[in-house]
Design a protein around this ligand. Structure first.
Ligand SMILES: C[S@@+](CC[C@H](N)C(=O)[O-])C[C@H]1O[C@@H](n2cnc3c(N)ncnc32)[C@H](O)[C@@H]1O
Length: 289
């Protein structure tokens, strides 16, 4: 019953864009695995950050989440700010069986097209793990800033999608995988290393009175940190990015630059206890002038 009601609700808000190319190179059709991966990351991050964001949000009335995925952040935002109207937007519909709070509405859209929102109409815009899939990030950033009212907050968050090691040379397995992954992403016209560039982009845009960043190191080896929350987040990230590579192999094949042999060598190095491999998440929060 709820499922039917919810589907009708979604259908009401869905506006089909006539020409919608598939810009998201990762497998969204494997809803089960993709949903678990995204939800686990959301709850791991929210636990580590002890909330939705480090920005000092004070009773926002209009919140926009671009790239709502499974709806986990949107729902938590709607529950945290029950008097706010929260808009979730994505090219994929939200999962059908969500218990969606009444202050959430969903709009289907492709972010490569102009946003269907009035300028300066949101107090908060959140976009996580999406810029990495969009070409021309500077242009996207200025479109995001234009939707914020003065004093509003842009919460822009992404991974720097490569593995780093503070103490050792990167091994050939890891190097080979990222060579292929980088080529695959470049073919889509997108930048897998955008996470580490967000702060500079935000500062150079001159749209914000303050730009803040927190870098969360997600360790592949639990012994690299004594913080249990970071150990847990690292574990989640490890299986999550492994799932991304399996997805690329399944959906794109060898053209994705990742073969079973390359993935095996990557796994061996990632699980090697003598290494300190990590992937960094760059969480930014910036206040509009
Ligand atoms: C890696 S998921 C992240 C989802 C969510 N933000 C989270 O943190 O769990 C990327 C999301 O962006 C959406 N997406 C990617 N490119 C898009 C585009 N051009 N237009 C609309 N949605 C897009 C995908 O459908 C997917 O839900």
């Amino acid at each position: 019953m709820f499922k039917r009601l919810f589907s009708a609700q979604v259908a009401q808000h869905v506006r089909q864009v006539p020409h919608m190319p598939p810009p998201y190179p990762l497998p969204t059709s494997s809803r089960g695995a993709e949903r678990r991966r995204l939800d686990d990351m959301h709850f791991g991050i929210a636990r580590y950050m002890k909330g939705l964001t480090y920005a000092p949000l004070k009773n926002p009335s209009r919140i926009l989440e671009l790239g709502s995925g499974t709806g986990a952040w949107t729902i938590q935002a709607a529950q945290t700010f029950p008097s706010a109207q929260v808009t979730a937007a994505d090219m994929s519909p939200l999962p059908e069986n969500l218990d969606l709070p009444s202050n959430v509405k969903y709009q289907q859209m492709n972010f490569l097209n102009p946003f269907p929102f009035k300028p300066a109409s949101f107090d908060v815009v959140h976009m996580r793990f999406v810029m990495i899939h969009l070409p021309k990030p500077q242009e996207v950033l200025s479109r995001l800033a234009s939707m914020l009212r003065p004093g509003g907050w842009l919460l822009l968050e992404d991974v720097n999608h490569t593995l780093l090691d503070a103490n050792n040379e990167i091994g050939p397995g890891v190097r080979e995988l990222y060579k292929g992954y980088q080529r695959h992403m470049e073919r889509q016209g997108v930048n897998p290393l955008i996470g580490a560039q967000l702060r500079t982009m935000l500062e150079e845009s001159k749209e914000f009175s303050e730009v803040n960043e927190s870098v969360i190191p997600c360790y592949m080896n639990p012994r690299s940190t004594s913080d249990p929350d970071l150990q847990e987040l690292g574990e989640i990230l490890k299986y999550s990015i492994d799932g991304v590579y399996v997805g690329i192999m399944d959906k794109v094949g060898p053209a994705g630059g990742i073969t079973p042999e390359i993935l095996r060598a990557w796994r061996n190095e990632v699980n090697d206890p003598s290494r300190d491999l990590r992937i960094d998440m760059h969480m930014t929060w910036s206040q509009k002038k």
